[in-house]
Design a protein around this ligand. Structure first.
Ligand SMILES: CC(C)(COP(=O)(O)OP(=O)(O)OC[C@H]1O[C@@H](n2cnc3c(N)ncnc32)[C@H](O)[C@@H]1OP(=O)(O)O)[C@@H](O)C(=O)NCCC(=O)NCCS
Length: 136
């Protein structure tokens, strides 16, 4: 099996490769390579999984560093799923969040999050301000 390497720094990330692999794996939410870079750089902590120097997994967390955190962009490339990669990426992030309330939204993967200790909350509320991905 190919060795999977987990990186928590963003040195030498190929954002165009991330964009194209997400698109090919149907997990592209519309961000450009530059927007991916900015959103990862502005995160509290990130984890990117690599196999053969290719990006095969991502996870990141927004946090105030004290009490509240929000997990986003949790993804494992389809052919690498069910091998514990997302669990490992999540554990790397959660280890940095002691004492914090960690929230996330999922419509596709509740069973995965339950396996790693999350419980459903009764109500989540959301609003997109203006137009999605238009930040100016
Ligand atoms: C959800 C996702 C990130 C899981 O990645 P993964 O690397 O396959 O997950 P892991 O192998 O670490 O799974 C950890 C545990 O959750 C279970 N699990 C993973 N995906 C599951 C699913 N879709 N349904 C039920 N259980 C699941 C695994 O069987 C494993 O259980 P085990 O420890 O008892 O063996 C991956 O399926 C994915 O990228 N999906 C598309 C993107 C997505 O929906 N992301 C979540 C956005 S909120």
């Amino acid at each position: 099996m190919v060795e999977v390497i987990y990186k928590t720094n963003l040195d030498n990330v190929d954002w165009h490769q991330m964009k194209s692999v997400l698109r090919a794996d149907a997990f592209d939410n519309g961000r450009t390579a530059a927007q991916l870079k900015k959103s990862f750089e502005n995160s509290y902590a990130t984890c990117i999984a690599y196999a053969d120097n290719q990006i095969i997994g991502t996870a990141r967390v927004l946090s105030d560093g004290v009490c509240n955190a929000y997990i986003v962009d949790v993804w494992t490339l389809t052919i690498y799923r069910r091998q514990g990669i997302a669990r490992t990426m999540m554990q790397i992030l959660l280890d940095k969040l002691n004492g914090q309330h960690v929230y996330l939204f999922t419509d596709d993967a509740p069973e995965f999050y339950k396996k790693i200790g999350f419980t459903e909350q009764p109500v989540g509320m959301a609003q997109v301000i203006g137009k999605w991905l238009v930040n100016e």
